[in-house]
Design a protein around this ligand. Structure first.
Ligand SMILES: Nc1ncnc2c1ncn2[C@@H]1O[C@H](COP(=O)(O)OP(=O)(O)OP(=O)(O)O)[C@@H](O)[C@H]1O
Ligand SMILES: [Mg+2]
Length: 472
């Protein structure tokens, strides 16, 4: 749904080089404009949008270095890549000084080119997203982005405000999709470090062997493929915040290195000997049971204690009372604007359906459900039929087996069966309380009463919210 990427601007006075760049990048799905001089390129840049510039160092007329210096001063956010005839540290320094984000020495492998271009594309996408978010809310990750009026969410926002002001390390725990990333971002945006970098690393997405060099950088020649020195993301985050997402997926050798880093902010790049030091605030998150990971010896207990100075425990969506309706409304507005649909709202029956679902994928699952419903819906309000049906089959199976579960009291077994019967009646009556009550030969009022007693959420009643937990 994101807007298409504008083209790459290629500047090279050699026709063959222009053509081969055009072919290679075109095959990768990038749109390309190629020109032969810096002068021509500057003219185009003034008229059209590009997501990056690739320039040869040596051009007829204005040189690649002077060209980049001009680009940098006019379009400071436009990433650029310089291609030099041969790799010497001096040329690399010149290229970077002139404002190139990266450089490639001829001859280069297509993969090297694609990697550099993909990085620029990602940067472009992030800048655009940030700009869009900022213009919408005034902040990148403000508290107002965290929707919810349940006691737990109000307490959470207050707690974020308090903790953000400190430099304390924070460990954010919670099931998948509960908003851990949102909280980490808010902690940075509300801190005194907000104008410095916020660097997020997903420890599960980067292969273990690369994660160390990503975090702490490497020296040239540290391993095959380390063709030049690379700064660590911790250096990028100096003065700011680093967010280590999915921390429980980090391997044990790196955990040891991280532990040392947390002791005094010092580290060495991979393959290096110099001890470096930075000042970063660390926020970490995981959706895994970290205590269990300690018990099974996958996670170092001493590292856990270092990270766990302040702990945020995000409640699953099913424990947030009527927030599910508020969130559904929030996502409806976002997607409605994006899709240009005129769907007015969510019908009361559909709200009832949202309220009684278990939401194992939490807010992310709800967001996806609303997006899909909006695509499908042809009425002016979202109807239950446009929302996904959850685990109906597994409930019917459970209904068939209504003997008490091992260790379950008669009372609890009866409640469980009663809850399941009501749930099925709601489903069969398309989440109309009136019709479900008729089917069960109850008045609407006594159905509501029973549901509330069973801790089932009912549209328009503020029940189903558990008492506030002692830890947020
Ligand atoms: N309280 C909230 N208000 C508004 N949007 C929310 C809220 N909580 C989560 N979201 C949205 O739900 C989606 C999932 O949230 P997020 O990525 O922060 O989850 P997570 O806890 O990091 O999950 P995972 O463990 O799977 O990485 C995001 O699109 C996020 O913006
Ligand atoms: Mg996450």
């Amino acid at each position: 749904m994101s807007a298409p990427l504008p083209p790459v601007l290629v500047v090279d006075d050699e026709k063959n080089m222009r053509r081969s760049l055009q072919l290679m990048l075109g095959d990768e799905g990038y749109a390309v404009r190629a020109v032969e001089s810096a002068e021509e390129a500057l003219g185009l840049l003034a008229q059209e949008a590009f997501f990056m510039v690739i320039t040869d160092a040596r051009l007829g007329g204005m040189s690649g270095y002077d060209f980049l210096a001009k680009v940098k001063s006019h379009w400071p956010d436009l990433p650029s890549l310089m291609i030099t005839a041969y790799a010497t540290p001096k040329l690399a320094v010149e290229a970077i000084k002139a404002g190139a984000m990266d450089y490639l020495a001829k001859p280069f492998a297509p993969e090297e080119l694609f990697l550099a271009v993909a990085r620029c594309a990602e940067r472009h996408r992030l800048l655009r997203e940030n700009a869009a978010l900022r213009s919408r809310s005034g902040e990148v990750y403000g508290l107002e982005q965290i929707v919810g009026e349940s006691t737990k969410m109000r307490e959470l926002r207050q707690f974020i405000r308090t903790v953000a002001a400190t430099d304390a390390r924070v460990l954010v725990l919670g099931e998948s999709g509960t908003g851990k990333e949102l909280v980490a971002g808010a902690l940075h945006s509300l801190s005194a470090r907000r104008n410095e970098h916020y660097v997020r690393i997903n420890c599960a997405a980067i292969p273990e062997t690369l994660l160390e060099s990503e975090l702490f950088g490497h020296e040239k020649g540290a391993f095959t493929g380390a063709i030049k020195q690379k700064l660590g993301r911790v250096e990028e985050a100096d003065g700011g915040t680093i967010f280590l997402d999915e921390i429980a997926d980090m391997g044990k050798p790196l955990q040891a290195k991280l532990l040392r880093f947390l002791e005094d902010g010092s580290f060495t790049r991979v393959g290096g000997t110099e001890e470096l030091r930075v000042d970063v605030r660390l926020v970490a998150a995981t959706n895994r049971d970290i205590i269990k990971a300690i018990e099974t010896d996958e996670f170092r207990e001493d590292l856990f204690h270092r990270l766990n100075v302040v702990q945020f425990n995000l409640p699953p969506l099913r424990e947030r009372g009527e927030d599910v309706v508020l969130l559904a409304d929030h996502f409806l507005k976002i997607f409605r604007a994006k899709m240009g649909k005129s769907t007015k709202g969510i019908s009361s029956a559909a709200q009832q359906k949202l309220l009684v679902q278990p939401w194992p994928g939490n807010v992310r699952e709800l967001r996806n459900a609303i997006e899909r419903a909006l695509i499908l819906e042809t009425n002016s309000e979202i109807q239950p039929a446009s929302l996904p049906s959850f685990s109906l089959e597994s409930r019917i199976q459970k209904l068939a087996n209504n003997a008490p579960l091992p260790g379950e009291s008669l009372e609890a077994a009866l409640e469980r069966v009663e809850r399941e019967i009501i749930q099925s009646a709601l489903e069969q009556s398309n989440f109309s309380l009136t019709r479900a009550a008729e089917q069960l030969k109850l008045t609407r009022h006594s159905l509501r009463y029973r549901m509330q007693r069973l801790n089932m959420k009912v549209v328009g009643a503020d029940v189903g919210e558990l008492p506030p937990a002692s830890s947020v």
